[in-house]
Design a protein. Structure first.
Lengths: 262, 129
């Protein structure tokens, strides 16, 4: 995936090359990639609304994170890292968070981008699937039917490629750094994370995301997540993370709330 | 926190937690209690990220004015609830529902306001079930 700050350029290029998802598509492969014939491209159009705080199937509310009831297959050092964080939500949720996306406006990354209560949409073209996120006015470019580069540099958003399997869009991402959290309760990942996102419109108003989290450095086995997004009728509203606004909010709300009772 | 007369202050104990999710979580607020202050006067509305901020004043039995500040969701969440930057203005008198800080600081997270003049309602979050 190539992540760009040139959001307007993304929108323009997406608009120029957008096709009807119902059109038949045959995509030639890039060098070395197996050719994949498409008879139809699933229609993923619409504004989809996410919801907090996790995509964990057994812990959607995040209340179990790091407790004895948490069935996430942490390696010991991963569990220790989870418990060392000060997340905003979950059993150790605190106002005095060290969440880097709040403290520093760090990129939220994937899959955590799906647990904010904001919209996202797909723009499907013959060569590329674009994701446009309301949160922080982000765009994601995902080339179709290509292979990952060898030994990609670790980045916030990793390197993503995609293909269609019937009515499902499959996005495969590697090449992450280890600085983002998987969700709002602070589940960590390593730079060996291999993430597979499978988007499937289960009916007109519901889009299901099935996640495969394969990260042998951080977890003892592959584990799975799920999120169902609702089709929203509202339009995008600007959302931007600003350090100056965050600091103003901290001074007004967070700091008074953290001071000891008089 | 100061004591407010019964006629202007109501604390509602909630049987179920409210599905409010601020970007920094809710750990600093008493989510089991809803504080209701009548005849609150809005003094400033800050429309922005990461959260809108609503400043208001209330007057206790002794005539002492106390300044409060409550956070609201960001514009991206308020606008879909038909709450625009012009919906609530300085000088408006309202009954305000919010969860106050656990430590007694005069801050909190808003649930809704009801305008004194006509009873119309602005909801920041869906009402608790």
């Amino acid at each position: 995936m190539r992540h760009t700050a040139l959001f307007s350029a993304l929108l323009l290029s997406a608009a120029l090359f957008c096709i009807s998802p119902a059109h038949a598509q045959t995509k030639a492969s890039a060098a070395g990639a197996p050719a994949q014939k498409q008879t139809a491209v699933p229609d993923l159009s619409g504004n989809w609304l996410g919801s907090p705080p996790t995509f964990s199937i057994s812990d959607p509310s995040g209340k179990k994170a790091g407790t004895a009831e948490d069935d996430t297959p942490y390696r010991p050092e991963t569990l220790a890292k989870l418990k060392s964080e000060r997340p905003e939500a979950g059993p150790r949720g605190t106002f005095d968070t060290d969440d880097p996306r709040i403290v520093y406006c760090d990129p939220i990354g994937i899959p955590r981008i799906y647990v904010v209560p904001n919209l996202f949409k797909f723009v499907q073209t013959p060569d590329t699937v674009y994701q446009i996120f309301e949160y922080n006015t982000l765009g994601r470019q995902i080339p179709l039917n290509r292979q990952h580069p060898k030994d990609p540099d670790p980045t916030w958003w990793g390197d993503s490629v995609a293909h269609y399997e019937g009515d499902t869009l499959v996005i495969d991402t590697v090449g992450f750094n280890d600085k983002t959290w998987l969700d709002h309760v602070g589940r960590p990942h390593s730079d060996e994370l291999h993430l597979i996102e499978r988007f499937h419109r289960i009916d007109h108003d519901n889009l299901q995301l099935d996640l495969t989290i394969d990260d042998p450095k951080a977890y003892t086995k592959t584990w799975y997540g799920r999120k169902v997004f609702k089709l929203s009728q509202r339009d995008f509203v600007e959302h931007s993370c600003s350090m100056s606004e965050n600091e103003h909010f901290r001074q007004n709300i967070i700091d008074p709330t953290l001071t000891k009772a008089k | 926190m100061k004591n407010y007369p019964i006629r202007t202050t109501v604390v509602v104990l909630l049987l179920f937690s409210v599905p409010v999710f601020a970007h920094h979580g809710n750990a600093g607020y008493d989510m089991a209690k809803m504080t209701v202050l009548q005849k609150a006067t809005i003094t400033q509305v800050e429309w922005g990220n990461p959260h809108c901020q609503i400043h208001f004043d209330v007057t206790d039995d002794k005539g002492t004015v106390e300044h409060w500040l409550v956070e609201a969701p960001p514009p991206s969440e308020l606008r879909p609830r038909s709450w625009t930057r012009k919906s609530l203005n300085a000088g408006d008198e309202v009954t305000i529902y919010f969860h106050a800080a656990k430590n007694g600081a005069p801050v909190g997270i808003i649930q809704k306001v009801i305008f004194t003049k006509d009873g119309s309602i602005l909801r920041a979050y869906p009402d608790p079930k």
